[in-house]
Design a protein. Structure first.
Length: 221
DNA sequence: TTCCAGGCAATAC
DNA sequence: GTATTGCATGGA
């Protein structure tokens, strides 16, 4: 039997090319895209993040982007970078006012300040260890998508991420009705696809690009 | 002005 | 268990 989901992946990849997620604010020898103010994508490379700081940056971005446009998240990340708080020790040293002021552009800043605080304490205690999904989900403010994004892009665990774009594309193809749970959609992909890091990273990024090109808010309604 | 954006937790039923 | 609501800023 033909694997529909794998075939669809190859279609998207042929059409859009490798996306190079997750965007980082800086890394040598890569190019930026119009989706970003100054975040750097690294298409075709799966070695990043290569440092503890980059891993932390991705995790903080995953929290900040909850129901928020990436453009707004980048403003917050740039603010944190400028006050030398885009690494765990620097973040931990901020007071409440400094933290909230820095992340204000990304919205929900009171809640996100608490989420970032508790996650930073958790990250410091990790000491380079890769956390389990259950550990992440136990943290206040970390739900399934945020946990999976951290695992897939920061910790390089081949786990499938489901987000609003994924649901939008799958709804438009008629492959889901819209009421399916997060885990049921996740399991659909993880059962049909080989658990490969590059594949899972690219597939999610390609869903985002395809949704942005073909499933605009105007079309949805 | 209104609607929406790479969710999540708390609450209501 | 599923449905609704608050959270907040910035851009279209």
């Amino acid at each position: 039997m033909m694997n529909t989901l794998l075939a669809f992946y190859h279609q998207l990849l042929a059409r859009y090319g490798p996306q190079g997620w997750w965007p980082l604010l800086s890394h040598p020898g890569a190019s930026s895209t119009p989706n970003s103010i100054r975040g750097i994508y690294h298409p075709g490379h799966y070695d990043l993040p290569s440092t503890r700081e980059q891993r932390f940056e991705i995790c903080i971005g995953a929290i900040l982007t909850q129901n928020t446009a990436w453009r707004s998240v980048e403003k917050a990340l740039i603010n944190l970078l400028q006050i030398k708080a885009l690494h765990p020790e620097g973040l931990d040293a901020l007071n409440e006012t400094q933290l909230k002021e820095a992340i204000r552009p990304s919205g929900y800043f009171n809640q996100k300040a608490i989420k970032i605080r508790s996650f930073t304490a958790f990250f410091l205690a990790l000491e380079e260890r890769t956390p389990s999904r259950e550990e992440l989900l136990a943290l206040w403010g970390i739900g399934p998508e945020t946990a999976d994004s951290m695992l897939l892009y920061a910790f390089k665990v081949p786990t499938f991420v489901v987000d609003a774009y994924t649901r939008r594309v799958l709804s438009s193809t008629g492959w889901i009705s819209g009421t399916e749970s997060y885990d049921s959609i996740k399991n659909l992909f993880e059962k049909q696809l080989p658990h490969d890091l590059a594949l899972f990273q690219e597939y999610h990024a390609l869903f985002v690009e395809h949704a942005k090109q073909e499933c605009t808010s105007h079309d949805r309604r």
